[in-house]
Design a protein around this ligand. Structure first.
Ligand code: UD1
Ligand code: CA
Length: 452
């Protein structure tokens, strides 16, 4: 099979500097959805017809196997396919897809391509409101006669609810022949791909049709309003798939998955969470409301309370995280770690059962087991030029409002008194304090306001 993806249109109605097909849907460029679906069909050739902003598209799309075909100027859908023709394998079937129709499903395309073995096959759909689309005109016997564009349709034809999705498949030799006969003798002076339908009829060729599972598959993106509509459709489908796998969602309309979310059994996700990149939630994980997770793995039985933000981090099993916790890249927590409100961790490893429950910054640190990090603790890991590591060994107790001026090590079982500014290593098992001794001055009087 050859696949040609048309993506040369400007997308004026997006009112954006970004080429239309690069706008994200569920965290992935529109055209990347189409490329991924196309690839799953294992085509021999995969062509992408680009135009406006094409160079930007080329740099942003990951597709080593893609044949890039420039269409300049853009003279219509038929003209676009013509540009790809020299790259297509003659003996194969060619399938035409659209870079701005991202929800089309592989299973639907397989059925269409099956119909195209020896015929022109058109993907059509019945719409309650067909306005704007080309209508499928059939004879009394049900055979397709032609496609009539909205502008050219009679009142009777406009009442037809079966429309052209634009997606077609056909033997490449026939495609080449018909494209060669296209003319631009129409109102827009464009070469319409749809005109091949009338040619097939004139040549006495059979025309077959296939329908998608759902009409939503053929929806295109021409505006930000439509982009948002498709986003909701895609998110709804993802939510349903998660629930079918056993995930409990507080509200399937209030979850956004912009990547891959893999869940174990009995996972619960509260409202308004956003998942980006690849996120794994192991068995019985509970995610509180309004959490953001990007490229993260949350171990079995862990609980994330509301408003936690986790990126490029690993939380071990039975963790208790948040509310308002921030785990930045390179955070790795072993089993049973507690990270409380307004705690920021970066590039730090915590061994089992350590806790930082309130208001702390721990960066570039290695923390042992059963360590308690008090409120207001800060690792001073950055001197303005370089970053240094802090090591806190097993069973250490870091008193509140402590600054650990890295590089520095707190020995096993050491205790740091509250308010300590640690600039040298703290020996194991001892109390280290660095604050001035407390004094009380008897007879001291508060200053009085002088009388004028
Ligand atoms: C087309 C169909 C119409 C169908 C509708 C479905 C034609 C003549 N009409 O109309 O029957 O109901 O799609 O959405 O085909 N493109 C190029 N190069 C060009 C022109 C277009 O690459 O020179 C690409 C666009 O980027 C877009 C797609 O082809 O992805 C469709 O083009 P568009 O102009 O939107 O066609 P419609 O008028 O919507
Ligand atoms: Ca369109």
């Amino acid at each position: 099979m050859n696949i040609v993806i048309l993506a040369a249109g400007q997308g004026k109605r997006m009112h954006s500097n970004l080429p239309k097909v690069l706008h994200p849907l569920a965290g992935k460029a529109l055209v990347q959805h189409v490329i991924d679906t196309a690839r799953s069909l294992d085509p021999q050739t995969l062509c992408l017809v680009y135009g406006h902003g094409g160079e930007v598209v080329r740099t942003r799309i990951d597709a080593p196997d893609l044949i890039w075909v420039l269409q300049d100027p853009q003279l219509g859908t038929g003209h676009a396919v013509m540009q790809a023709l020299p790259h297509l394998k003659d003996a194969a079937i060619t399938l035409v897809l659209y870079g701005d129709v991202p929800l089309i499903q592989a299973e639907t395309l397989q059925r269409l391509v099956h119909e195209a073995r020896d015929a022109l096959a058109i993907l059509t759909v019945e719409l309650a409101d067909p306005s704007g689309y080309g209508r499928i005109v059939r004879n009394a016997g049900g055979d397709v006669l032609r496609i009539v564009e909205q502008k050219d349709a009679s009142a009777e034809e406009r009442a037809i609810r079966e429309v052209n999705t634009g997606i077609v498949a056909l033997p490449t030799a026939r495609l080449a022949e018909w494209l060669g006969r296209l003319s631009n003798d129409n109102a827009q002076q464009e070469y319409y791909l749809t005109d091949i339908v009338a040619m097939a009829v004139a040549d006495g060729e059979p025309i077959r049709t296939a329908q998608p599972q759902g009409a939503w598959e053929m929806l295109g993106v021409n505006s930000k309003v439509q982009l948002a509509e498709l986003e909701r459709i895609q998110q709804r489908r993802t939510a349903e798939r998660l629930m079918e796998q056993g995930v409990r969602l507080a509200d399937p309309a209030r979850i956004d998955v912009r990547g891959e979310l893999v869940c174990g059994r009995d996972v619960f996700i509260d409202v308004n969470c956003v998942f980006e990149g690849r996120v794994v939630l192991e068995e019985a994980v509970e995610i509180g409301p309004a959490c953001v997770l990007k490229n993260a793995c949350i171990g079995a039985g862990s609980r994330l309370a509301a408003f936690s933000h986790i990126e490029d981090a690993i939380v071990g099993p039975d963790g208790v995280i948040g509310p308002f916790a921030r785990l930045r890249p390179g955070t790795e927590l072993a089993a049973g770690v507690h990270v409380g409100n307004f705690v920021e961790l970066k590039n730090s490893k915590f061994a089992a059962k350590s806790k930082a429950n309130h208001l702390a910054y721990v960066g570039d640190a290695i923390v042992g087991s059963r360590v308690n990090i008090g409120a207001g603790t800060i690792t001073c890991n950055y001197d303005g030029a370089n970053k240094y590591q802090t090591i806190i060994e097993d069973d250490a107790f870091i008193g509140s409002d402590t600054q650990l001026v890295a590089p520095v090590t707190v020995g096993r079982g050491a205790t740091l008194g509250a308010g300590t500014t640690l600039t040298r290593d703290a020996p194991p098992d001892m109390l280290t304090v660095s604050r001035a001794r407390q004094v009380s001055i008897p007879g001291w009087k508060r200053p009085q306001k002088t009388k004028k």
